[in-house]
Design a protein around this ligand. Sequence first.
Ligand SMILES: Nc1ncnc2c1ncn2[C@@H]1O[C@H](COP(=O)(O)OP(=O)(O)OP(=O)(O)O)[C@@H](O)[C@H]1O
Ligand SMILES: [Mg+2]
Length: 308
Amino acid sequence: MIRTENLSRDFGAGRGLHGLTMHIPKGRIFGYIGPNGAGKTTTIKLLCSLYKPSAGRAFINGIEVCPENSNRIKKIVGYMPDNFGVYEQMSVWEYLDFFCAAYHIPRRQRESRIRSVLELTRSQQMIDYQVASLSKGMTQRIGMAKTLLHDPEVLILDEPASGLDPYARIEMRKTILRLRDLGKTIMLSSHILPELAGVCDLIGILEKGRMLAFGTVEEVSGTVKENLKITLVFDSDPETAKAVCESFSEVQELHGTGNELHFRFNGLRNKIPDLVHKLCAAEVRIIEIKEEQADLEQVFLSVTHQSA
Ligand SMILES: Nc1ncnc2c1ncn2[C@@H]1O[C@H](COP(=O)(O)OP(=O)(O)OP(=O)(O)O)[C@@H](O)[C@H]1O
Ligand SMILES: [Mg+2]
């Protein structure tokens, strides 16, 4: 649904976006992660035709993103920028009605569209509020409602959760999941990692304009060295199990009592089957081997550290 080929925008001195090639299938949530200045907003603006690429191409639903196709792209894409223009003199209703007009939504359909986007974003109670009186969290919700007015298939949200309190973040996550259930393809950027965990089907880690890793959280975690916390439970001689674990240089901070060992595995995740194989060969009767769920923050630090 969103596809880029060597997409680039060079701002000089290494700044911008360099050679981004990726594909986000329909109906997926893609989390675009990177530190400040990594090039997330630049990518998003390229996808929304607000910047011209210096090289490469982007396609949305097979349509090339370029000035000639700009109207077709606008119909498919809902873009929520990282900050909004101010329309302080308007009520929420007037604000949304104004954008309905901008999207050429026929007058007789506007009321039902506005009510439906306010419901999707759980903002019905704000309908008569002055835009000037909205808090940051309320503004984000109304911004999201505005983005949904023309019922776009693809949503591109730049830092949708920035400045929100934990409660509002949970609400934002729920809204995003509701939208995925409606079949939307969603790209959202963030430099706050935990907010993306558990929501995204795919993640991409960007640094200094280059994509360092792309895939499911599991795939990306599988390709980077991690400091995994492992617990091994077994039903045989503890000394043998301990000796096998100690023979792996990746195993650190080994400790435990009786038939349970705890350690950190500081290496590639796909090396763990080697450890299991060696334990079995030494006749360690494994009852359970478990790992703490990969922490997105750890993956991010690990990926960006590797490139430093
Ligand atoms: N219009 C512009 N002219 C010149 N340089 C720009 C322009 N827009 C972005 N840049 C540069 O490109 C790089 C990427 O910026 P971008 O805004 O895409 O980062 P970001 O990942 O969105 O960061 P943040 O998390 O702070 O929003 C930065 O070095 C920035 O200074
Ligand atoms: Mg940005």
